[in-house]
Design a protein around this ligand. Structure first.
Ligand SMILES: O=P(O)(O)OC[C@H]1O[C@@H](O)[C@H](O)[C@@H](O)[C@@H]1O
Length: 295
């Protein structure tokens, strides 16, 4: 691939430091950081209130091998543990979050609503891995403006349908997990901790223990995390091209077992993941877009 001249995009710089190679974006509406290891968003600050929307672990490991804890990991072409048909030691959540990605395109643009934004397209440098031999093309389109738009595009280049699973594993930054309520998630869900399908999402939806849930029948497109005391929205996401939302917080004991999470880390994060967990079929020559927008 031809090298993209990043200097053409005035809102964008490439930094090489302790966190590896990171794209730094700073425009009129927002700032953001994207690691080229994993094509991984690390930070998004919307300048309308200067609040950080993404949570990044204080203990995240930046060694260009370990998946980064926090931000927006790209889970692809499987979500969660690898199927038994794949070789032993196939990594959890697929192999793209531990690939180096390249910039295919970068541009300062003005949106239809006349908002200045930075548009970036990233592609993984390698596609075949650990027995998952596909004829698939992946692109990650990111628009940083008065919202953060993320498109994970998968194109099936082959003559046959292909099945996969995937997620935009977004870690949202919140003030205090004991002080929030989730709005917009209802219906039945699979509790991954017990393996049991639960008929109803609790209302109000509070988090006061470990949660790992796949919500497959979410009616609302927009989901909000609201401060219980002030009623202010702390985070707002919407999604498209998904079959489920995954809600995850490891709570006290699981956090303590994780090498890249501090003891108190779980208190200020909540994952709301736009996902396809039920086997997404992509037809020959078709492109699928999984979108999440963070406001
Ligand atoms: O530690 P990892 O591989 O990044 O996964 C974190 C969590 O990711 C969530 O999506 C899964 O539902 C959890 O089961 C998992 O523990």
């Amino acid at each position: 691939m031809a090298t993209v001249d990043l200097q053409q995009t005035s809102s964008l710089t490439l930094e090489s430091g302790e966190q590896g190679n990171v794209l730094n974006i700073d425009n009129d509406n927002a700032s953001a950081r994207i690691s080229l290891f994993g094509g991984h968003l690390l930070s998004y600050i919307n300048k309308k209130d200067n609040r950080q929307r993404l949570w990044l672990s204080d203990e995240a490991i930046f060694d260009n091998q370990t998946p980064i804890r926090g931000g927006v990991p790209i889970c692809w072409p499987w979500f969660g543990e690898a199927s038994t048909s794949l070789p032993d030691n196939s990594p959890s959540h697929g192999f793209l979050r531990t690939q180096t990605w390249q910039v295919e395109h970068a541009e300062d643009v003005v949106s239809q609503n006349k908002v200045r934004e930075t548009k970036i397209i990233l592609v993984p440098s390698q596609m075949n891995n650990v027995g998952f031999n596909t004829n698939l093309n992946v692109r990650l389109l990111i628009k940083v403006g008065d919202s953060l738009i993320i498109h994970l595009e998968t194109t099936n280049l082959s003559e046959n349908p292909i099945e996969l699973s995937q997620a935009l594993h977004t870690y949202l930054s919140i003030s205090d997990i004991s002080n929030i309520v989730i709005d917009g998630v209802t219906g039945s869900y699979l509790d991954k901790l017990t393996g049991i399908s639960m008929p109803k999402t609790p209302h109000p939806y509070l988090i006061d223990a470990e949660v790992d849930r796949i919500h497959s029948h979410v009616q609302e497109n927009k989901v909000m995390v609201i401060d219980k005391e002030t009623n202010e929205p702390l985070a707002q996401v919407s999604q498209r091209g998904h079959d489920s939302l995954v809600i995850w917080n490891p709570w006290i004991e699981k956090s303590a077992r994780m090498k890249d999470m501090s003891k108190e880390g779980f208190k200020t994060m909540l994952c709301i993941e736009a996902a396809n967990t039920d086997g997404l079929q992509i037809g020959p020559k078709e492109t699928h877009i999984l979108e999440q927008i963070i406001y």
